[in-house]
Design a binder for this molecule. Sequence first.
Ligand code: PDD
Length: 297
Amino acid sequence: MSRIAYVNGRYVPQRDAAVNVEDRGYQFGDGVYEVIHVHDGRFVDTDLHLARLARSLRELAIARPMEDAALLAVLREVVRRNRIREGIVYMQVSRGVARRDHAFPRDAAPALVITARHGAAFPRDIDAWTGTAVTVPDIRWGRVDIKTVNLLPNCLAKQKAREAGAYEAILIDRDGNVTEGSSTTVWAVDAEGVLRTRHLDHHILPGCTRAAVIALMEAAGIRFEERGLTEAELRAAREIFLTSATSYVKPMVRLDGAAVGDGTPGPVARRLFELFSRHADGAAHNVSRLASFSGIG
Ligand code: PDD
């Protein structure tokens, strides 16, 4: 079965799907995106992703291509047409097509592309869901809280990780502080046993999985601090794990070749993996209300 993409109002075979050469997303990276996990045919944390999309568009003064209800209907239709039970849906909104000029065009309509693809089912066994990480300098711009398609520094960082045989590149800023992963939020249990993740500002993306995990922890009475780590604190951490729509809760058992803790997933990662698995399975939690505390939207 050939894959179907949605491009500006039409469902087309993906091999024929194309955007204009003067699309500003293509020429300037002038666009934003979201990746939503599809589990058992349902979207995980849709409200959070749609809220973040709206925020990204607002921050860049790109018009919304459609209202959320209509967008959700298109997302569902793309998933249905591609018969996705487990996988991801990708959506991208660019400022649109205009004669090349750095300044914003006056009358371009935003361009919307949505694709979906099959992926592995949600992991059930955390011990088989571990990975390794390397540290690399964070060379990104000053507004990475906006989920733009300008991902070249992230791609360079991820490539460094691949070349080192690692899953993720953890980014270290000029002051020696951990920001986030190249495509993930970083969490750690520090040497004193405190679960920490960096506070939100313009220097990290407000992760939807981060927000969901925070809401789940608040509901479960699990303590944590929104306090970033230095590189040295990261190296001394008992546990390091990542969150994202595609990494879920993923323990990092080695950092730059050295074992993290005893080199196996720690108790905090295990607990959160379980909580998030139940959440992804659709258990009673409606985290979006709680997650409104978490900086999205
Ligand atoms: N990446 N930080 C960065 C830089 C990211 O690109 C992502 C997501 C996250 C985690 O956000 P969320 O929990 O909402 O997935 C943090 C997606 C998965 C991607 O680019 O493919």
